[in-house]
Design a protein around this ligand. Sequence first.
Ligand code: GLA
Length: 703
Amino acid sequence: MTLRPAFADTPWFGGDYNPEQWPEEVWEEDVELMRSAGVNLVTVGVFAWSLLEPEEGRYEFGWLDRALDLLHANGVRVDLATATAAPPPWFSESYPESLPVTVDGVRLSPGSRQAYCPSSPAYRSAARRLARALAERYGSHPAVVMWHVNNEYGCHVSRCYCDESAASFRRWLKAKYETIGSLNAAWGTAFWSQSYGSFEQILPPRATPAFPNPTQSLDFDRFSSDELLACFLEEKAVLRDVTPDIPVTTNFMGTFRNVDYWTWAPHVDVISDDLYPDPADPDAARGAALARDLMRSLGRGKPWLLMEQSTAAVNMRPVNVPKAPGQLRALSYQAIARGADGICFFQWRQSAAGAEKFHSAMLPHAGTETRIWREVVRLGSELGELGDLVGASTQAHAALVFDWDSRWAIEQTGLPATSNYLALVAPWHAALTEAGLTVDLTRGDEDLTAYPIVIVPSLFVLTDAQAKAIDAAARAGSVVLVTSQTGVVDENLHARLGGYLGGLQQTLGVWIEEFWPLGGAWARPGAIPVAPESTVAPTVRVRGSVFGPEAIDGVEWSESVHVRDATVRAVFEEGHLSGWPALTRKAHGAGAAWYLATRLGRRDTAALVAQLIAESGVHVRTPFIDGEGGFVETVQRGDTLFVINHGTTAVTLGEEGTDLLSNADSLGLVIEPQGVALIAPMEACLAGFRATDSVIASAPMPK
Ligand code: GLA
């Protein structure tokens, strides 16, 4: 049996619908308003376990029967949740050992949500049972088009340190290493007297007196991601068994740290994402663009679903600024531009009680005479007209390596410096995006030769497969940029001996002797930080013509770079490394391989990216005449060019065509802040084009 199509003729539009929070009289109004807003998909039952199974093995499906029938009668499709993300009180009472334990040995209590250990056999079997009961009851319900397994795996509990987790970790290690000898070798246990006599002696990296074993910690990160994936796969297997033709999803969380989405993505029929950019962050749209590109890349270009976003404010931050007027629309079009075929929200009707009652919704506390409701209705009606975009592909011009092993490893303690991996990657994405390029993310171990530009930021853990793919891209003609702290260790976190950079020394024509981080305050994990200067950072003077005639600031980092066969394009001008290379370039095969031994501020990142673009021959489409005052996003999907003004001043379009949203001529069209234009028809761009056969060429308009 083949899977039914996951998307409809027009983009999905809707949100989480929690009818169990309201008396049934309200449901009639819900569906009537859904119809008037153009809602065609809702996710039902995400946190309804305690009402669906009020006692172990006793189900109460009547209310859900009535809710689904009502939705169906009103033409609203259902993404039905398996409801396993919040075990009910009876479950925690009967199986107290299923409650998760923190690194410090604290067993967490029920009374919130996600209070389960992913390795708990009791949890696993209760989740499978509930999934089966739901699949058997609703698998043939005409409203159900998709299964929504659990919710945001790992959001609150992504690592559990209890005895059950310890036992499962040992099983995972046995399968990986087979013998305790090979584990000892991989973990480097000769250091600090850690040699294990048997697998039974091994524990998770619980709170320790000094640094935990780094490889043990990294293996525990990998294990924990796999363990959550195992929870998902067990439920998915049950659903496939009962309903082999219904697609299955689970909602990812953008660039979430604790789960390696590259290993998950092949198992998910529909990639779906929850993203809550902070409206108080002026860089929020840039960071969100990265997350959207990740979703498209995880699905290898397949359409994905924006499962959750807010209409205005969230309530999870200390201060929750609402989205600006028009911002929910602008950010929704950003997702569509970058490959989404559906836009949904958390949640349909704003809760009156519970922990999230001050979180915005499609239908606010104040009802329909509201700004938010009007914005929701407008978006729903516009999306209903955009059927032609469904299934169209978004073409990328550059690849950016994004790797969870490197992320986990470079954020450990006991390093030259503990870094924030996202802060090392996001500025490159932002610079490429602001230059008008679209970026695919990649783990870096696949064929990259079709990309004119490949950027490899701080790939701390470098595998041989990654080194080979990056080298092959440069040889085939890509312009490759590798940045500091790449190739420092192998998969077991053993240092690459003989100068850092490992297998990329040949490609780049340089090797690294010593790390020289600068003293001072550094960016720390948090929001997606697209520019290091958003924090106060230590700097070192750097000079190179790529950056213009003046010296610029290298930020936070320096390294002593030895050149074998590359040209030096910038040097450090002060400190202990004064006179040493900061930036090098080697002509390599048909392409080039650059190495950057420091980090850069926003302006200088843009200058270096501009150099790479010029060298690659990619022609960038800049469809607006005046773009001062912030980020104006341009992305081509199918034959439609999206122009989204996330900035603070209006821009004027300089591109011929018709704006699909206003039906106006696009040439000379003014796009206000938070405004959007969808210009069509545009000549389609081709995947993997190179300088010689570039088809996105469009002369920049004169200022
Ligand atoms: C997540 C969850 C939702 C809700 C929202 C609030 O995305 O999946 O249940 O808590 O956050 O922003």
